[in-house]
Design a protein around this ligand. Structure first.
Ligand SMILES: [Zn+2]
Length: 471
């Protein structure tokens, strides 16, 4: 039979991790073990010869309660000491869990005590997307007892290139429901709590308050500032990650005592300046790297071990494969975590980030709906239809057959002189946010006969031309 020795005891066995021996009972096996490695004796047995209270012995994953328990050829005896003074909690775990978490339990930095901490932890993952996928998968696999998932979206085919939590058969399903099934499949011992909502100032505190750690897998600024402020107000650690094209960022923010996301970026960029992943694209594996690091930092926070990224921000450039690390100090002037905070309750984050929230079915000033644009095109009157997206977006889908031409947002200032100010202009982008920005810019430069397409080419595809690919 085989006796498996944990990492913590190997310094008394000259590094040996297992010993093969013959025995008829568990007591015999242990006696043979200490005969081979005498220095082990006092670590396993008390003066009176009884097994020490912090040592557990398992035969084939079942606890040995009596040294007289018989053992057979082919059996495996596993010695499991509690580590770092923690109460040996083996009895609190089901047999299946002991085997499942064996690689954790044998780590001195985790052990039974750490595994129990993981099980008692409640972690909220905001956003079940590219970052949320590896975060959710690794947290579930590691045995985080309660994992909340916030996402109001459904799985889209274009998600699968990076959102590895989902299968092709999940397309069209609610993300949190599909994720719950997948994560429960990974580890049935964890409880998945789906929150199929958009996180808002009204519900954020209520949702976040039940969790110990909040992990950010979002892709938009309003939600990021909302999560940050809520974590400061509730004094919860906030594990931040973000990705854009080939670059990623990871940091840990420290709740009430900071530093926080606002110490890093006091204000969001103007809308449209930094495109979302949908507009800007992202290399498929990058969220896997950044999200895995967020899961790592989450485990360290829960275990209280190692040195987290708190007070630092790590930047990764995937194309050149370079890591950089910046120190991040709490800013005493920070409106959230500073000495004299002005953010004492959650605010309107869409307004703060300048995102238009008018979802009513009326045309705002300066907008044209897809249906109105089609009518306008059918009149045949001259129209300058300008696509202000990037060339790769144009290649996915465009309105070239209707006379559109590509002038990327960055080229607009130089290209403006070539446009006819006395002829109608319609601008469009993917969803309408960049074209709104371009519209304001051109109006400020004297263009008057100009509107932009509400909802962008995505709305055109949805309402006018369903055969057009969206992204
Ligand atoms: Zn701050």
């Amino acid at each position: 039979m085989t006796v498996l020795l944990p990492y913590a005891l190997r310094e008394y066995t000259d590094g040996a991790s297992e010993l093969t021996l013959h025995a008829t009972s568990a007591g015999d096996a242990l006696a043979a073990l200490v005969a081979s490695y005498p220095r082990l004796r006092r670590h396993l047995f008390a003066e009176n010869g009884a097994l020490r209270g912090h040592v557990r012995v398992y035969r084939n994953d079942e606890e040995v309660t009596d040294p007289g328990d018989s053992v057979q050829e082919g059996d495996t005896l596993m010695i499991v000491p509690s580590i770092a003074g923690g109460a040996g909690a083996a009895g609190a775990f089901a047999r299946e869990e002991i085997q499942r978490y064996a690689r954790h339990i044998t780590l001195p930095e985790v052990g039974w005590e750490g595994q129990e901490r993981l099980r008692n932890a409640r972690v909220l993952v905001v956003g079940a997307g590219g970052l949320g996928s590896p975060i959710g998968l690794y947290l579930a696999a590691a045995g985080i007892g309660t994992i909340g998932l916030v996402d109001f979206d459904d799985v889209d085919l274009s998600n699968l290139q990076r959102q590895v939590m989902f299968a092709t058969t999940d397309v069209g399903r609610s993300k949190v429901e599909a994720a719950r099934e997948r994560l429960e499949g990974v580890n049935p011992h964890v409880r998945i709590v789906p929150h199929k909502v958009r996180l808002t100032s009204e519900n954020a505190l209520e949702i976040l308050k039940d969790y110990d750690v909040v992990v950010d897998g979002t892709d938009n600024f309003p939600t990021r500032y909302l999560v940050n402020d809520a974590c400061v107000l509730l004094d919860k650690p906030y594990v931040y990650g973000s990705i854009y094209r080939f670059e990623g960022q990871v940091a840990v923010f420290g709740g009430r005592e900071g530093p926080c996301y606002r110490c890093l970026f006091r204000e969001p960029p103007p809308p449209g300046l930094v495109p979302s992943c949908a507009e800007g694209g992202v290399l498929g594996v990058l969220p896997g790297i950044i999200g895995s690091l967020q899961a790592l930092e989450t485990l360290k926070i829960v275990l209280g071990t190692g040195t987290t990224l708190k007070g630092r921000i790590a930047l990764f450039d995937a194309l050149s494969f370079r890591w950089r690390e910046l120190k991040l100090a709490r800013n005493a002037q920070c409106p959230a975590c500073g000495d004299d905070p002005t953010i004492t309750e959650l605010i309107d984050y869409d307004a703060f980030c300048g995102v238009a929230t008018n979802m009513e079915n009326t045309t705002m000033e300066g907008e044209i709906t897809p249906a109105q644009l089609r009518q306008r095109l059918e009149t045949g009157e001259p129209l300058q239809l300008i696509d202000i997206r990037e060339p790769f977006e144009w290649n996915i889908a465009n309105l070239g057959e209707h006379g559109a031409r590509l002038v990327s947002l960055g080229d607009l200032p130089d290209a403006m002189d070539d446009l006819d100010r006395d002829q109608d202009i319609v601008l469009y982008c993917r969803t309408g946010s960049r074209s709104q920005q371009a519209l304001e810019y051109m109006r400020a430069n004297g263009f008057e006969r100009i509107v932009h397409l509400r909802g962008g080419i995505t709305a055109w595809a949805n309402e006018i031309d369903p055969s057009m690919p969206t992204y």
